[in-house]
Design a protein around this ligand. Structure first.
Ligand SMILES: [Zn+2]
Length: 478
């Protein structure tokens, strides 16, 4: 028998590391802290995730670009807050060959605003060039000092960054809402990752942004994981970068900008964490590295022949594997469950006799007998049902993870399990001190106020006792 995982999912951090290695997602032995080798199942899942996200971005008018991975120091320094925010994490390229210093230091992009916006200043001339909406799918590098974890926090990660420029503030604000819609459309409805969008407090904004809005999801251990954020940059970059357009009256104006950063790498972490179970990985059907696995339940020549025939048929439409190794069927079932194959087709003498096929679903383990001629449609249907079931399960769990806490005593009792909804003085600068105390005393972070609904403040700030000006959500974060 193939041995299952040695950690149940309830021991989340050990389970997570074990499943990443055992299911063959990544090899962690590369030997450079924060850098991992991505193995085929991780690459296949991430490519499928990229495709869905890119389609959505393009449907909404974004064009794909590839910018260089390096940003000259002079560009990187242009927006003051941005530099201060990112400087400690930047990898710099300073020399080539043995000793030769570069004329100008080059930053290995930690994010591309400063590289992309210098080009905006060359490309944008008139109101006719606006809006300019683009994205790139790429790696970025940040020298993280906290403990690194595969797909959760690394010094190299894979994401998409979308950068948009508009003639007016109103259009930029609308883009922020569109970014939130895309997050719902793809991250929730396709990947099954539930989230709440928050307006971040003043002290926790993206370096250089006017406002930051971020989607927070949860890990099974109750800790918060930040997913995409979208930023209203206002004219904070267009001024130092001189991104000007001439309006219809011939007047020169600075553009209004937004940026949005869905991190596919981190989304894979949420997919693994939220949908996985004690047996291993579970993927929504569209992004499963192996959508269908075919396993013969006997070594009979006619059975093997049938398996090959079905495999050829299935692989034309789905990512499929045929397991003809000499392991026992039971071993193979466990192995492919560990790897998260969405649907298993079992073929044996019984199936040959009745001219049917047995399909088994990864999420529920339920079996279904289908006729061969309807196989592809049935796989499609079953895959969709599986995805919908994962989303429903995730949503139910997620909504049970929000609790109210009206006093510090309640916070103390409930801390660390999901979101706590608390009365708070302010998410402007005024509230910063309270947030710092909350972090020091309880290691809890203020995530901000919800953007999907207005919540009426009641009671007193749990820290300073002043009348509450808002309701914020707090929790432990990754
Ligand atoms: Zn306060």
């Amino acid at each position: 028998m193939q041995e299952g995982l040695s950690h149940p999912k309830s021991q989340f951090s050990s389970w997570f590391l074990e499943v990443v290695s055992r299911a063959g997602l990544a090899d962690l032995r590369y030997g450079v802290k924060g850098f991992i080798v991505h193995l085929p199942p991780a690459v296949q899942a991430m490519k499928a995730m990229y495709r869905l996200y890119e389609q959505e971005l393009e449907r909404r008018g974004h064009k794909p670009y590839w910018f260089p991975a390096v940003i000259p120091e002079s560009c990187f320094q242009l927006e003051k807050e941005h530099v201060e925010g990112f400087a400690p994490e930047v990898f710099w390229i300073t020399q080539h060959g043995d000793q030769e210093e570069l004329g100008e230091k080059l930053a290995l992009r930690p994010t591309s605003e400063t590289g992309i916006y210098r080009m905006f200043s060359l490309w944008i001339r008139s109101w006719k060039d606006l809006p300019l909406k683009l994205y790139q799918s790429c790696q970025v590098w940040r020298h993280e000092t906290k403990a690194t974890k595969p797909f959760i926090r690394g010094r190299e990660f894979w994401w998409i960054e979308a950068h948009d420029a508009f003639a007016t503030r109103e259009e930029a604000e609308k883009q922020v809402l569109e970014d939130m819609e895309m997050t719902e459309r793809v991250m929730h409805q396709e990947f099954g990752i539930p989230f709440i969008f928050f307006k971040r407090p003043e002290w926790d904004k993206f370096a250089g942004a006017v406002h930051t809005y971020a989607a927070d999801s949860l890990m099974p251990d109750g800790r918060i994981i930040q997913q995409p954020s979208t930023h209203l940059l206002g004219q904070n970059f267009s001024k130092p970068f001189q991104i000007l357009y001439t309006d219809e009256k011939g007047e020169k104006k600075h553009v209004w900008q937004t940026c949005y950063g869905p991190c596919i790498w981190r989304m894979l972490a949420s997919v693994i964490a939220i949908h996985g179970d004690d047996k291993g990985l579970v993927f929504p059907f569209k992004i499963a590295p192996v959508q269908v696995v075919i396993i013969p339940v006997s070594q009979d020549t006619a059975v093997i022949k049938k398996c090959k025939e079905i495999y050829e048929k299935v692989r034309e439409r789905f990512r499929a594997e045929l397991d003809l190794t000499d392991r026992t069927p039971g071993w193979k079932f466990n192995e492919w469950e560990l790897r998260g194959a969405a649907i298993r087709i079992e073929i044996g003498p019984k199936e040959l006799q009745t001219k049917t096929l047995t399909l088994c679903r990864r999420d529920t383990g339920s079996r279904l007998c289908v006729q061969e001629y309807e196989l592809l449609e049935e796989i499609e249907k079953l895959g969709e049902e599986l995805t919908q079931n994962l989303i429903k399960r995730a949503d139910e769990w997620f909504s049970s993870q929000v609790q109210d806490a009206k006093t510090l005593d309640e916070v103390r009792k409930k801390a660390g399990k999901g979101f706590l909804r608390v009365p708070w003085c302010s998410i402007d600068e005024k509230g910063r001190e309270c947030a710092e105390r909350l972090k020091e005393q309880f290691a809890l972070h203020v995530r901000g106020v919800r953007v999907d609904k207005q919540e009426k403040p009641e009671g007193k700030c749990i820290i300073c006792g002043k009348p509450a000006g808002c309701i914020v959500y707090i929790g432990r974060q990754y």
